[in-house]
Design a protein around this ligand. Structure first.
Ligand SMILES: NC(=O)c1ccc[n+]([C@@H]2O[C@H](COP(=O)([O-])OP(=O)(O)OC[C@H]3O[C@@H](n4cnc5c(N)ncnc54)[C@H](OP(=O)(O)O)[C@@H]3O)[C@@H](O)[C@H]2O)c1
Length: 231
């Protein structure tokens, strides 16, 4: 374990984020989980101080700006790592039918919240003279238009571009875009259970499952953390 590293993960209640958090808890990295809730397993871990929970709804942007993240980070950290993982795939539907409010929420959670968290951590890193590193959990959909998924594709593309701009502004901030591939999580079941008019490419998601292409999120989480040198 590197005592000097502070690792923040968003959206660790389930799916890929749950596994990332779980592996880091197992590795005694004392990660900080930011999100609306924790799985009971990690509530217990937080109770014994094996991780820290920072409650936050990433769609509530004004509240997010108020969160005091700096005080949860060890003052002695020589590296701050943000794993920007939380995401929403809704609204699923063609542009003519999706509602405006859920379109706004998708951009809030998938693009604006990661930007707000990055700027808050950048301020902390500068104040502490610490390195900042961001692992942006991205998707092939950020580069590929999929009918019925405009909100997801566009908001994930927006997040990637925000971080690419940050790279130009601050070459000292290390940013890695990670496409985890297709995972056996709630996000994929939601895509399969939508109807065809809403998601014209639904069969592609059905095939991921029937052809055994869905990866177990724990394997992918382990691979991400190992490649990033965090395990
Ligand atoms: N699944 C795939 O095949 C796939 C493929 C490529 C990329 N990805 C990317 O991988 C990441 C994880 O996906 P996943 O499949 O693990 O998704 P998931 O199982 O649906 O989990 C999403 C996570 O994001 C959190 N979240 C959603 N809205 C939030 C909000 N308003 N505030 C705080 N947290 C919120 C959820 O917390 P709650 O429990 O509170 O809702 C949950 O912890 C996402 O960035 C996704 O774009 C996934």
């Amino acid at each position: 374990m590197d005592q000097q590293r502070a690792i923040i993960i968003t959206g660790a209640s389930r799916g890929l984020g749950f596994e990332l958090l779980d592996l880091l808890v197992e590795a005694d990295a004392r990660p900080i989980a930011l999100g609306r809730r924790l799985d009971p397993r990690h509530e217990a871990a937080a109770a014994r101080n094996a991780c820290i929970f920072v409650p936050a709804d990433l769609s509530a942007l004004p509240n997010l700006d108020q969160i005091d993240l700096a005080s949860t980070l060890p003052q002695t950290a020589n590296e701050i790592v943000l794993i920007s993982n939380a995401g929403v795939v809704e609204p699923i539907g063609t542009l003519g039918v999706i509602d405006a409010a859920s379109l706004v929420t998708a951009f809030a959670v998938n693009a604006v919240a990661p930007a707000i968290l990055a700027r808050k951590l950048l301020a902390t890193a500068d104040a502490q003279r610490t390195r900042l590193r961001i692992l942006n959990i991205s998707t092939g959909a950020a580069r590929r238009p999929l009918p019925g998924l405009a909100a997801y594709c566009a908001s994930k593309a927006a997040a990637a571009m925000i971080f690419d701009c940050l790279t130009e502004e601050r070459p000292d901030v290390v940013i890695e875009h990670i496409d985890p591939g297709v995972l056996d999580t709630d996000m994929q079941s939601m895509l399969r259970s939508t109807d065809d008019p809403a998601l014209p490419v639904r069969q592609m998601f059905v095939k991921f499952e029937t052809e055994g292409k869905l990866q177990h999120p724990r394997d992918v989480a382990r691979d991400i953390l190992t490649r990033a040198g965090l395990l």
